[in-house]
Design a binder for this molecule. Sequence first.
Ligand SMILES: *Cc1c(COP(=O)(O)O)cnc(C)c1O
Length: 380
Amino acid sequence: MTQNYSQPIISDELGSNRPNAAAERNYFARGVQTPALFEIDGNPIPALVAEFGSPLFVFSEHALRHKARHAREAFKQRYPRTSFAWSLKTNPLKGICQILRQEGWLAEVVSDFEYEKARDLGFAGPEILFNGPYKPRAILERAIEEGALLHVDNWDELNLIEKLVEKRRQPLDVGIRVWLDAGIRPVWSKFGFALANGEAERAAERIVRNPALRLHTLHTHIGTYILEPAAYRTATQKLLALRDALERKHGHLIDCLDLGGGFPSNSLLHGMTGPAEQVVPPIEAYADAITEVLNRLPEKKRPLLRLETGRHLVDEAGYLLTSVVAVKGVHRSRAEQDSLSARDYKEQLIAGEDSKVNYILDAGINPLYTAAWYRFEVRP
Ligand SMILES: *Cc1c(COP(=O)(O)O)cnc(C)c1O
């Protein structure tokens, strides 16, 4: 006789991914308390505020370097030919850019302001990847002169670049931006040439045929805060297929695949149920998705892999310190509060009828507009 074991069905009322669920269901439990934050990288918070004032942005160098090294290891262990660039628009603060530069990051810029900033910070021309849909002529001329890598976004820009390089003796390395359906929604169709209708291939061919240009990179930036590592697998496969087609037709093997940014951080978005460790895939999952595809190629054909990381590196390194400047609210009288049974007290908490206390802070949405999409952790 065989007996099959069937798993007992546990009511999903408890919520499988939610450590708080049990506490919520336990009528007499007090729920989860937010731990207080006393210091950042060993600096006591009152001392920081006393020295620099409030409100105050603070970034943890330790957290930033840790995140950067972790991401670098995850990719380099699987695929040694990986190179990283810091997306300046994510955070252009000098200190942040310099730390990442020390960690070996290149600069990824999307505007003339960011290009100039990267140069001022000490990035050499060839250490700059120039994305962005609009690169004004003056900055294009400078970037070409200084040897930055232009990622061409559209036909008008290609026309202009072709004019600017007409008289060159050495071909100029450029990349093209490609948009594609990586199986996630929304599809970001705003950056670069379309893959599906052959536009990207036509742009690539035009560059390959131009003796003043050399096609160095196929670039795509499929979105941001992408929770689906498989999307990167698809994007990698699709860019490789284009690279293959170009090699077959023109004998030109493209050096570099740039998969942009988009890796999520552990700050949850509004509406997500945490904890982040359970709902946000680790960077290793993204590294697997991308490098498994690349590692299937014969070694000699493996391209340089580039990534343009942004929020994944910096989000959790940042704090906004803010002070309580006033307290107001509807307080229940002490006597009333004290006379409640534990059950009634809990019931009031659940029904939201408990004393409401409002704290007025010296910082709001203006200095932290990302709070519109992130559910930031608030710590006393
Ligand atoms: C914004 C941006 C990035 C960084 O995006 P994250 O989602 O923060 O990683 C990378 N590449 C390009 C072209 C960008 O515009």
